[in-house]
Design a binder for this molecule. Structure first.
Ligand code: NAD
Length: 261
């Protein structure tokens, strides 16, 4: 799985093909979509028409909250594949655990069957807290490859990252830039950017890379799409990392997974 990918949340379907094509041209090979985003069609079109060999691409999509339950999940996956126009995805995720419905273990069994069929090369979850992961381990014995969680300098998730790592689950950061909300204007981030001759977004993404997180920044602006992949010619030092660590406020940009229903 590439450590850096491209997210397409809130990209309208009729703009997705052009946006994903720009990302592929910039060098991204991993794309993160979801049934919820309504743009699997445009995303799949760009991937199919790119001329890039399928084995060089890494495609992730996700099962939405209304599709929990064993049989419903199997159908939801078929529908996603059809919209993408692909014969397999590289990673299929449960988008949210929705604990109030208490169906995610059944859904996970369906994803395990999909994995065994070869139509998802890997399966994982998103927005799962330790108690949700523990139930999957104990009730199915199948460990998710990935846990995609909200993670950025304002919400650094040290306990959840450690729990994932302890159980062999890769942590993937969604809203890695904190959706731009303030993090990119923070003086500590700006100082590090000036010091390294990079932009604030590059500093924040580089921080994730050095922590070992998978990142999937989103942009529809071609210059930013290129900027967000240009991260591999500099390194943050101990001082930069300590300053960014101090930016934690515990503030979410998205819902709390324990209560989202
Ligand atoms: P993000 O942190 O990637 O921020 C994106 C926003 O930051 C852009 O809309 C733009 O306003 C700004 N931005 C991007 N590049 C910039 C740059 N170089 N300079 C200045 N500003 C810049 O937020 P996101 O889109 O919420 O998250 C990224 C991806 O994560 C999504 O597209 C989606 O694929 C995934 N995601 C998953 C979940 C989940 O529940 N699993 C939830 C939200 C997002």
């Amino acid at each position: 799985m590439p450590q850096l990918g491209f997210g397409v949340y809130q990209v309208p379907d009729d703009e997705a093909a052009e946006t994903v094509a720009a990302a592929l041209a910039a060098g991204y090979r991993s794309v993160d979509t979801a049934a919820l985003y309504g743009n699997e069609g445009g995303t799949g079109k760009a991937l199919r028409e790119s001329g890039i060999p399928r084995e060089e691409l890494f495609v992730t999509t996700k099962l939405w909250n209304t599709d929990h339950g064993h049989d419903v999940a199997l159908r939801a996956f078929d529908d996603s594949l059809e919209r993408l126009g692909l014969d397999h995805v590289d990673l299929y995720l449960i988008h949210w655990p929705v604990p109030s419905r208490d169906l995610y273990v059944q859904t996970w069994r369906a994803l395990s069957e999909i994995h065994e069929s070869g139509r998802a090369k890997a399966i994982g979850v998103s927005n799962f807290e330790p108690e949700h992961l523990t139930r999957l381990f104990e009730e199915t014995g199948v460990v998710p490859a990935v846990n995609q969680i909200e993670l950025h300098p304002r919400l650094q998730q040290p306990e959840l990252r450690a729990f994932d790592a302890e159980h062999g689950v890769i942590t993937e950061a969604w809203s890695p830039l904190g959706r731009g909300n303030g993090v990119l204007d923070d003086p500590a981030v700006r100082r590090a950017a000036a010091k390294h001759g990079k932009t604030p977004a590059q500093v924040v993404l580089r921080w994730h890379i050095q922590l070992g997180n998978v990142v999937i920044p989103k942009s529809v602006t071609p210059s930013r799409i290129r900027e967000n992949i240009d991260l591999f010619d500099f390194e943050l030092d101990g001082e930069d990392l300590r300053e960014i660590q101090r930016l934690e406020t515990g503030t979410r940009v998205g819902p709390d997974p324990r209560t989202l229903s």
